[in-house]
Design a protein around this ligand. Structure first.
Ligand code: BGC
Length: 389
């Protein structure tokens, strides 16, 4: 079954000059810990005199800075609206997510913006919302195998993977460069899109001998195939998944380096799916005395990773401007509340239907442009970092 972009044109904005739109942002780094038992965080941005809530927002976990940043951005974007909003976190649990949606439906929400913990499992929540006549916007991650979603607001996730892979390619010279692959959670459709994008750029460079895969016999078995099916990607992702978990990323990297011989190390190249896992994996590679240098990818431009980039401990990140995603979903929501059909830019096949989508581009950030892209532009405050100049 295909759950990939059908009609969207993937575009990577490598260096961006027009960053003047970026103003003040905050992302609170928090530690990743077991999250299923934590209570749901509930924040209502506006209490209305009438009973009920207009817009319900459900985010996957508070344990990753990425989603805390989204919450902050939603609050910023909605503080001047007359609509009431409630934001709930699912803490990495599909059961909690469904409870959250049910709680919001009981408050008569009219639009649900939901970033699923698990794309397939969230179908039940979307279906409950649809049954109640609520419009459902899948946010960042696609809810899969259901017709109960109205819209999808997302970054160009294929482009994220392509940008990560291109960075590795650009930094590699000669042949036989050791390549270590890591992926996101298989329950997240984005993990497939990131991997698909990365594979499209890496595979020709594996085929021509530039890179040699060191940590996945499933990937090695498929290395001659330019395009992988979902099932084939599944095999690789299952083997090298981090499950978006910092600790799992760390122990997996440790296990890989324990079995790798000294000649599988040296100057290495690491495809890490996002910033949190990149920092964990980078720490492991840095600590290995047989690793003389590593180039490692990331995404999200989390503050902790920006410091890692400044310090030379993480090579790059893919900056996804959460404000744009939030703005797009809020604009869409306001139109839906007024009964207007929002504009979209393409569609994604979620396994059941083509979901109309609005997509945002991404920006590559490394030591070269970190100051211009994230500090000079006002996205982060220089005071939050050390060693910038
Ligand atoms: C998001 C990434 C995030 C990852 C882990 C993905 O679906 O697109 O931004 O780092 O989930 O939460």
């Amino acid at each position: 079954m295909k759950k990939r972009v059908l009609k969207l044109t993937s575009m990577i904005v490598i260096v961006v000059m027009s960053l003047s739109m970026f103003v003040g942002c905050s992302s609170k780094p928090t530690s990743k810990e077991s999250s299923t038992t934590k209570p749901t965080t509930n924040s209502t941005t506006k209490s209305k005199t009438t009973k009920g809530v207009d817009i319900g927002i459900v985010l996957p976990t508070k344990d990753e800075p990425r989603w805390v940043q989204d919450e902050t951005r939603f609050k910023d974007a909605l503080k001047d609206t007359d609509y009431s909003v409630e934001i709930l976190f699912s803490q990495g649990s599909s059961a909690k997510e469904k409870e959250n949606v049910d709680a919001l439906l009981a408050k008569n929400i009219k639009v649900l913006i939901i970033c699923p913990h698990d794309g397939d499992a969230a179908a039940a929540a979307a279906e409950a919302a649809k049954k109640d006549g609520v419009k459902v916007i899948s946010y960042d991650r696609l809810i899969t195998n259901t017709d109960a979603i109205d819209y999808y607001v997302t970054f160009d996730s294929i482009a994220v993977g392509q940008a990560q892979a291109q960075y590795l390619v650009d930094k590699a010279s000669g042949t036989g460069n050791p390549l270590y692959l890591y992926a996101g959670a298989a329950s997240d459709n984005n993990a497939f899109l990131f991997f698909e994008g990365a594979w499209s750029v890496l595979q020709p460079k594996i085929a021509d001998g530039t890179f040699v895969i060191k940590n996945s016999n499933e990937a090695i078995a498929l290395q001659d195939k330019a395009t992988l099916t979902r099932e084939e990607m599944s095999k690789i992702i299952s083997q090298v998944t981090t499950n978006w978990d910092f600790n799992e990323a760390k122990s997996k990297a440790e296990a890989h380096l324990t079995v790798a011989k000294a000649e599988d190390k040296g100057d290495v190249f690491v495809l890490a799916p996002n910033d949190g896992t990149s920092r964990s994996i980078a720490d492991v590679f840095k600590a290995d005395t047989d690793v003389t240098n590593y180039v490692i990818t990331g995404q999200d431009a989390e503050k902790a990773s920006i410091q890692y980039i400044i310090d030379g401990k993480q090579s790059m990140t893919v900056f996804k401007d959460v404000r744009t995603l939030v703005k797009d979903s809020i604009n869409m929501t306001l139109l839906l509340l007024k009964g207007t059909v929002p504009e979209t830019t393409g569609s994604y096949d979620n396994g059941k239907i083509d979901v109309k989508a609005k997509q945002t581009e991404v920006i590559v950030v490394d030591q070269e442009n970190v100051k211009a892209a994230l500090i000079d532009s006002g996205y982060y405050d220089a005071k939050e970092f050390t060693g910038l100049d």
